[in-house]
Design a protein around this ligand. Structure first.
Ligand code: CP3
Length: 354
């Protein structure tokens, strides 16, 4: 294996000293980049892009050519798992993800197959190894999946939702079927992430985008417990190096405290929680990743610079911080604004590590 030339991101996740704060950006490969839109047009549509390892590798590298990011993230989607379970994922432009079939009953949950991911998601593993070769040790590669609860919301609702009423109805009306669904997803997700690690992913992120819509007890049972199961089942070391795991429940707030106990290495924090408070809640036991409000990238260059410095000051001095947005970048953002964020971080973060 080629030696990693820039391991700031991995070191920061293990709370080891770094000379500056590393940065990557959620949805760094995406629609705000004209070159992404061009490659997606070449592929035909979003799923054709995901399932073509060459083009998925190309769009993964695009943001790294423009900005000095300290990590790459696999180009794929959290909904490849239900697709591999036979649910028929498709994207209609401007409408987000949709499924041809949905989970509507206890029988649907029982009949849901556990796919052999090495086979049905082989295109993802092919993309991972292609990206690793192309990166040639420049920066580490992040693999990812959605949390079982977040993925289940799409499987039950048939797409995006504002209220999650169908998904919550299943949890409350038939909790045993909901447990079985989470179990099937947790098992498949663990296999899938381990396959990504074997193919070359050097860190793992689990996206629990909709965990915070649940009340505390339901969050623990249906979201946190299944993430715990995934963390417990993951390969944690490869090629003599720890493979750090980051959990991200958007809007986690005070739930960050319980998330620490999963044994993860890092937690994603969105912009609604101050990093100083998150650091206190988590007692310095994990690294923190975040948390500039993505909408701040609509602002003037000066306001962006102030915002980046505020995030650095809020975390404070010392190791254990990975800079990121608090959620994915919006598609309308001017790519030049991302440059302002990255340059400001490069200039100002060293003094937080001296
Ligand atoms: O971050 C990256 O650059 C890596 C790629 C990545 C994508 N999706 C590509 C994508 C990652 C990590 C995801 C995760 C994902 N997908 C999540 C969790 C993180 C989050 O943002 O909350 C969720 C909930 C999904 C499901 C999903 N995929 C939705 C709801 C949508 C449509 C809405 C939207 O944001 O566009 C997608 C499509 C999608 N996934 C796009 C990209 C670049 C846009 C599709 C396009 O190009 O038309």
């Amino acid at each position: 294996m080629t030696e990693l030339k820039n391991d700031l991101f991995l070191r920061a996740l293990l709370r080891e000293p770094v000379e500056r704060t590393p940065i990557w950006m959620m949805r760094q490969a995406g629609r705000y980049l004209p070159e992404y839109r061009a490659t997606r047009a070449e592929a035909g549509d979003f799923m054709s892009l995901c399932s073509n390892p060459e083009l998925a590798c190309e769009v993964t590298l695009q943001p790294l050519r423009r900005y000095q990011f300290d990590a790459a993230i696999l180009f794929s989607d959290i909904l490849t798992i239900p697709d591999a379970m036979g649910m028929g994922l498709y994207f209609s432009t401007g409408e987000g993800p949709k499924f041809k079939r949905t989970i509507d009953s206890a029988a649907d949950v029982k009949n849901l197959p556990i796919p052999d991911v090495a086979d049905s998601l082989d295109y993802v593993m092919a993309a991972v190894s292609k990206i690793r070769t192309a990166l040639d040790g420049s920066v580490p590669l992040i693999g990812f999946a959605g949390s079982p609860w977040t993925v289940a919301t799409y499987m039950i609702e048939g797409g995006s939702s504002k209220t999650y009423s169908k998904a919550k109805a299943l949890l409350y009306s038939d909790p045993e079927s909901a447990d079985l669904l989470m179990e099937k997803l947790a098992q498949t997700t663990t296999d899938y992430l381990n396959a990504q690690i074997r193919a070359g992913a050097q860190a793992i992120m689990v996206f629990d985008t909709w965990g915070s819509v649940l009340e505390p007890e339901a969050y623990r049972r249906f979201s946190l417990a299944s993430m715990q199961q995934i963390v417990d089942g993951l390969i944690r070391e490869q090629d003599g190096r720890r493979v750090p795991v980051v959990l991200f429940t958007k809007g986690a707030g005070t739930r960050l405290r319980a998330m620490v106990d999963t044994g993860c290495d890092g937690l994603g924090v969105d912009w609604t929680t101050d990093l100083a408070e998150a650091r206190e809640l988590t007692g310095g036991k994990v690294a923190l990743q975040g948390n500039l409000d993505p909408s701040l990238l609509y602002a003037s260059d000066e306001a962006i610079r102030d915002g980046v410095i505020r995030v650095l000051e809020s975390y404070g001095k010392g190791p254990g911080h990975v800079f990121n947005l608090g959620h994915g970048i919006h598609p309308e953002i001017d790519p030049a604004k991302v440059g302002v964020m990255v340059d400001t971080l490069r200039e100002h973060s060293p003094r937080f590590h001296s």
